[in-house]
Every structure is written in structure tokens, then in C-alpha cells.
Ligand binder design. Sequence first.
Ligand SMILES: [Zn+2]
Length: 358
Amino acid sequence: MKTHRFILEPYKGKTTRHNCPSCKKKGCFSRYIDTDKNIEFPDHVGRCNRENNCGYHFTPKQYFEQNPEKAELIRDFSPIHQTVPQQKPMPVSFIDESIVNRSLTRYDQNKLCQFLTSVLGIQKSLKLMNQYKVGTANYWPGATIFWQTDSSDKVRTGKIMLYDPSNGRRIKQPHNHISWVHSMIGGNEFNLKQCFFGEHLLNQKKTLPVAIVESEKSALIASCYLPEFCWIASGGKHGCFRDENLNVLEGRKIVLFPDLGAFDQWSLKSNHMQELGYEVEIFDYLERNASAQQRREGYDIADFLIQIQPEEVNLQMMINKNPMLKKLIDHFDLALEKDTKTVSEDQMYSQKRKGIRL
Ligand SMILES: [Zn+2]
């Protein structure tokens, strides 16, 4: 990468100076641009010229740390990459187990766990944290670490995010609160290869079809409502969909659950996966039935599911309130079962909530 590939946009009149995302003052904010024109930075990547009164400065470096898939993109485009002959592949780096384990605590302070507790109850929330290996970080008070644990139970990295405990939405002001453990402790030698969030559960739930969502939080929530699937998250629209990431899904039935607005992109992914021989389908009910407001807010399957209250144990009542469930049941041939002869706690929970199972 050239040293000055990414620069603050030179002044060319008023249109090149914007409102600061932090202090909100008008016309004082310069955005970063890519002189190679491959990367388009989001609006908050830039610098406020009110150095003393505001001091907001979000650098391309921070942006690439938050979006490793974009960093991979500039590596692919870099001239160095093209001229240096292919070297022996570096071994994948992992995060030390002790660091992971130290984070698996303080859930009372964890803002995401607080939100999940308000929706699902404390026991179920703690079980999810434990099952999916979700930790608590000091980076921002009450932040959540989603550890990416691979199918050999090794941890590739941790994504740190901050949530609003009252609604479970991510905090995106004055900037997107997202950071990565490998970029804090890994140093330059760290060879990051991301995996699906929840990938380690594939081995534990070998017989279940695999459901893929974009957000880690949604994988947690959906796994609680629909334990008939093994829920994993790609960690972003593009996230973990490189061909080499997909090997772990071999021989599984796969259903993609795109967020509203991401359907077209995920259809392409689904087609590509089919070409590679995967048994995959895409859940399009949301895309066809969502309201304008739900679209604006980029709803996903979990947003629909949490509208169902735990006390609504009657399936018909739930279907009336949320017709998507019926659709889900029909589409994936989930058999209705009124009689609850439960064997595991998971199933009991699931049947109590909705009386359905595969
Ligand atoms: Zn400012």
C-alpha cells in the first residue's frame, strides 16, 4: 500500500466540507478518500477541523481495523501483492484461551446480556453466552465480545461491540462502536482468518440444518426461538462467505436468512453456494412481507421473533400475531406438536414457547 493512498479530501469549495458527526458543527469536517478510488469510506471516516473544541478524528486505519474484510480488499488490490511471488501460506493465528476465558464473566454489566435477559430471562441468556462463547469487554463499559470459535474449538478473533440495553440496538453514534481483539493484541504478525460466529456448535449439533444470519446477536436470539436449526452468523453482509470458509458446511442443509435490504446480495451468495454443491435455500418471507418501516430499520429474523412474548404459549395466537412463523413452519415442514413429550431442556423451552419442532 502506498503511504499516502488515503488522504483527507482536498478543499474544493463548500461541498467538500461536511457536518461533523461528533460536534455536529456545519462545514468543519473533511472526509478521507482513496486516491486509488477502490474504497469508498463511510461518512464518519474523517477529521473535524475544530481540533481544540471537538478533536474528532476517525482514521482509515481505524476503519480497516473495524472492517477486516475491507482490509483484505486493499491487500488484494495492492501492487505489492501482485508482484511478489506467492509465498508459503502463513499459519492461521489464534487468540490465547486464557484471554477468552477471562472475558466469560461479568454478565450483569454486559449491555447485550442485559437486553437479552429482559427478553428471554436470565437463565436462557446466560446459557446462550456460555454456549456461543460471548464475553464482556472493558474496552467500552459493558461492551460485548463475540469470539469467533472455529470447528476445532480454536478462537480466531473477537469482535467487540456496544449495545443499548433498552432495545438491543448497536450504538453507532458518534461513531460505530466496533473493535477487534486481534488488532489490539495480535500485532503485525497476526494472521487473521475469520470464521463463522458459532461455528464450533456445528459439531455439537451435527444433525440439525444450519441457519445463517448476518448478526451475532440475531444468531443468539433465533437459536432460542427456533432450536430446530443450528444458528451461526456471518458477521456482516459480506462477512464470512469466502469459498474456503464454507468447507465447514459440507453435507449440511443450509438456510440463509438475509436482513431486510440484503436479499439480493445473499441470493447471489446462495446461487454461488449451489454451484459449489451446497444444499442451500434462502428465506424470503421477510423480503416479501415487511412493512416500509421495518425495511428502513433493516429488520432481520430476530427482530421479528422477539416480538413474541414468552407467555404466548399458544401457537395459533402466536401465528396470528406473527404470520411469519406459520410461513416458516410450512416452508421448512416443521411439524406441529401439541403434546409436549420433552426430552431435553432445549426442546422443552422451545415447545413451551411455540409448540413446534422439526
Ligand atoms: Zn467536530
